[in-house]
Design a protein around this ligand. Sequence first.
Ligand SMILES: [Zn+2]
Ligand SMILES: [Zn+2]
Length: 394
Amino acid sequence: MAKNLLDQAKEIEPKVISIRRIIHETPELAYQENNTASLVENELKRLGIDVKRGVGLPTAVIGELDTGKEGKTVALRADMDALPIEEMTDLPFKSKVKGIMHACGHDTHVAMLLGAAELISRNKDLLSGKVKFIFQPAEEEGSIGGAKPLIEAGVLNDVDYVFGLHVSNSYPSKAFITRKGAFMAIPDSFKIIIRGKSGHASAPHNTVDPVFISAQIVTALQAVRSRITDPVQPFVLSITTIHAGTKDNIIPDEAIMEGTIRSLDYKVREKAITYTKKIVESICTGFDAKCEVTFSQDVYPLTVNHPEVTDEVMDHLKHIPGSVVLEGDPILGAEDFSRYLQVKPGTFIFLGTRNENTGSIHPNHSSKFTVDEDVLKYGSTALALLAIAFSRKK
Ligand SMILES: [Zn+2]
Ligand SMILES: [Zn+2]
């Protein structure tokens, strides 16, 4: 079946690539995926698939194909949002929207899922039960994201299994990478406001200098990694912004810093949050500054792939000729697909797109990110294969 699906995916490949290129040229940011949603809706309707728009979020599109036969309901999810990045590639179909780019490959996710929808509707006889196509807005939002409102609107209520695929230039072209259990991190972000006392740069003893204090904090917080959390547990803390001051001869009143901690374990995370606050507060107290440390609420949970389902997924994908299936290491990136996996069993899978020959070597979220389009047919095949196989499960 896998070979047969791949052969059919090769037939529809030019169309899938052209859909991808249209979306790539006209990227839309989170919550604004209106044209992408319309393209998806039209394409699903063309395939005779029932479509609902605006479920949970205005730009969400949910397709449903019901065979009428008894069986399981399998959900396949593609995210649709682009990033606020100016595209720096030479692609002929490079972004036409200034400052916005599909730098995470969500354009390919939409195209691959539409390709899978075509394969599934062509091979309806092989299916049982139902397939749900979830075209989700706003994956890149970092805290709440698009998955949550969709789940709250009931998108997963009748679903038995849920699968998601993500392209990545961290892995070789045409490789499928996944892992049982904890796969991707909890992405907490934080903000630190240091309130000092402004004054002349020549007389620091009459001020409370928030710039100096912020430098102590940057250095000291690395101890959360090196001295507070268990060294064998994956964990990272990065300070990513520092804003302070207006002029060379003024010590400012305030400095504002932001950063993120990434962990794969809830206990490690709690300890890291506690000590991040404690260290910042004690440094500020030591230098007579006031401070506020706030962590964002309702962040994406840990991405945990269901062990047995993931074993089965890997077995199925091994049958796709020309690809490889690898067990990946846990990574400290995050995904709001984790929210689906909190509710229903399923698997999140990476599809490698790194290919030196096509110049697809820059990481996701780079302004030079490109994908090896040769992989799209493998993505469509994988999604269709999983939908068919899991719909028939007893
Ligand atoms: Zn991304
Ligand atoms: Zn992404």
